[in-house]
Design a binder for this molecule. Structure first.
Ligand SMILES: [Zn+2]
Length: 169
């Protein structure tokens, strides 16, 4: 089921068009075709002396649960920029990314989460009080229980972090 009846670019009525083996609503004017549309979330694994930074949400149905710092990617930035920006906004820490750690997406769910490893290069802990009640570093073997984690992507990111092995010289 497509979310679009009209072209989101120019308002033309979309018509079913065979593309890549499926009939998809497509715009005969500009060529827009309704493939999967998702939001992109960008998260940071902020590691310090072997521990990972988690933030505790203070709103909504996940109130009280722990999440990785991060948020949705804006139209005018890359996922990398979003991960750095959201981490600074939420925690006060300036981070530098150390590469892609994992991605998370479930079929049918309209979000793709991209998770980067990072380390702190500046700033100090100062949480965003409208979103968070606290932030804390957790050692690998003392992470919050599964039921205390906010999102499936949080679980996935922490699993990937625990499994990650640095290449040794
Ligand atoms: Zn169009």
């Amino acid at each position: 089921m497509s979310p679009f009846a009209y072209c989101p670019r120019d308002g033309t009525t979309l018509v079913p068009t065979r593309i890549d083996g499926r009939d998809r609503p497509a715009c005969p004017v500009c060529g827009f075709a309704d493939f999967l549309h998702v939001q992109i979330g960008a998260n940071a694994i902020v590691e310090r002396t072997g521990s990972v930074l988690l933030v505790r949400l203070n709103y909504g149905p996940r109130d009280g649960r722990w999440s990785l710092p991060g948020g949705l990617v804006e139209n005018d930035e890359t996922p990398e920029e979003a991960a750095v920006r959201e981490t600074a906004e939420e925690t006060g820490f300036d981070v530098e990314l150390d590469g892609l750690l994992a991605t998370y997406m479930r079929p049918g769910a309209p979000i793709l989460v991209v998770i980067y490893r990072s380390h702190i290069v500046g700033g100090s802990l100062r949480i965003a009080p409208e979103e968070l009640s606290e932030a804390a570093f957790f050692p690998r073997n003392e992470l919050p229980a599964l039921a205390e984690l906010a999102w499936p992507s949080t679980v996935h990111g922490l699993d990937a972090w625990r499994a990650f092995e640095r290449s040794r010289p």
